[in-house]
Every structure is written in C-alpha cells, then in structure tokens.
Design a protein around this ligand. Structure first.
Ligand SMILES: [Zn+2]
Length: 112
C-alpha cells in the first residue's frame, strides 16, 4: 500500500487557498478530493479548476460534445477541512494501533 504522503486524500473535503490559475480565481472554495496523485503532488477537487473536455462521438456519448472535469491543482493550494470541527486546519500525525492517523490541530480529533 502506498504511503500517505500528503495531508489530504481521496474523499476529504478541502478548502482551496491559492493557485495562479484564473479558472479558480474565485478562491476560498471548498470541494471534495476526487483523486490525490501523490507522485505529482497534485489533487483533483470537485468543482475546482473546471476544464472543458471536448468529447468525440462514441457509442456511450452519441451526441459527442463537451464535458467539464476538474483539472489538477497543487496539493499545497488546498487545506484540509476537519470533519469534526468543520474548519480548515493543519494536521499533525500520531500512531494509533500501529497506523499513522491525521489529527486536527484545531480540535485535536482524529481525522482518519
Ligand atoms: Zn477539527
């Protein structure tokens, strides 16, 4: 199993705090992490940095056309939103029953 190298992972809610792409110029938006690419240091966040992909006509999409999908943003541009206290927070880690878990620095609750 791959080691969890950043503060966020798939399924987390995150707050977008930066980035220079104009398509997410409306900063401070929250979304769910759809993918976390630990090697590239990038994440896909629902509704953030949406990009239009033009689709070819296929059997599944007989009309072809456009589909919007989130584009990758750098992991340093997102902050984890703690599911317990609902605030964007930094994390620390601790070991619980042999696995490393993330802990909210604001409320002290385990996140994983
Ligand atoms: Zn918290």
């Amino acid at each position: 199993m791959a080691r969890n190298r950043f503060h966020v992972k798939k399924g987390d809610t995150v707050l977008v705090i930066g980035g220079d792409d104009r398509s997410y110029a409306d900063r401070r938006r929250q979304g769910e992490v759809l993918e976390a690419d630990h090697r590239a240091g990038r994440v896909l966040v629902q509704g953030i940095n949406m990009q239009v992909k033009h689709q070819r006509r296929t059997q599944r999409h007989p009309a072809g056309g456009k589909a919007e999908r989130p584009g990758p943003i750098h992991a340093s541009n997102v902050m984890l939103v703690c599911p317990s206290c609902d605030q964007p927070t930094r994390i620390r880690r601790r070991v619980r029953e042999g696995t490393r878990v993330r802990v909210c620095r604001k409320c002290g609750k385990d996140i994983d």
